[in-house]
Ligand binder design. Structure first.
Ligand SMILES: C[S@@+](CC[C@H](N)C(=O)[O-])C[C@H]1O[C@@H](n2cnc3c(N)ncnc32)[C@H](O)[C@@H]1O
Length: 183
């Protein structure tokens, strides 16, 4: 999807996209930091958009690894399907349904979870449900990395994971945060 089309998609569905720009390269790299690529085989991505972070994950993922990428917008899912990587499972569904998609690929838990779901724009109960499902389906020791433009919902991750480390990513328009948690 072009930057202009992404902007239009963002404007059309601002209540669920939470932004009109996609993550830049520095933010994508920060979003997948702390993942142990030598052992990671199952990565779950929440709020994948048109796959801008997904592509970075696929570049580094083991040839036998899988990425389940959740996205609610049909148009954005079509963009991800066009990536055409057999390791990518596009889940056109809300992120709280992680368990069902892990079962479909025969995975017990996710090794790591990367999220850009705009929790500040979603109803609080839905946000808490998604974060709880993420925590419950993450293997012990796995990381949960959350991209955000504010720290408004930091308490969700503190409640689910305990300690949360926030890193500012200035090299992005607008400047963003990545919150790092561990199961
Ligand atoms: C801020 S955008 C991030 C897009 C892309 N990952 C990036 O980093 O540029 C957030 C995405 O989360 C999606 N989204 C919103 N609610 C969701 C939900 N309940 N489950 C899955 N995805 C959701 C939106 O449609 C949107 O594409």
């Amino acid at each position: 999807m072009s930057t202009f089309s992404f902007l239009l998609e963002g404007l059309k569905n601002i209540g669920t996209t939470g932004t009109i720009t996609r993550s830049g390269t520095a933010l994508c790299k920060a979003a997948i930091d702390r993942i142990d690529w030598t052992t990671a085989r199952t990565i779950v991505e929440l709020g994948a958009g048109d796959g801008v972070i997904t592509r970075h994950i696929l570049e580094r993922l083991h040839p036998e690894g899988r990425v389940i990428a959740f996205e609610v917008s049909e148009d954005l899912c079509d963009d991800m399907r066009a990536i055409g990587d057999p390791r990518l499972v596009v889940a056109q569904d809300s992120a709280e349904h992680i368990r069902a998609y892990l079962d479909r690929i025969g995975a017990d838990r996710a090794d790591h979870i990367v999220s850009a779901v705009p929790f500040a724009a979603l109803p609080r109960e839905l946000g808490e449900r998604i974060v709880t499902a993420a925590r419950d389906n993450l293997r012990p020791g796995g990381c949960y990395n959350q991209v955000h433009y504010s720290l408004k919902t930091k308490a969700y991750y503190e409640r689910a994971f305990g300690t949360v480390e926030a890193r500012r990513v200035y090299l992005n328009l607008p400047p963003a945060w990545v919150l790092y948690c561990r199961r």
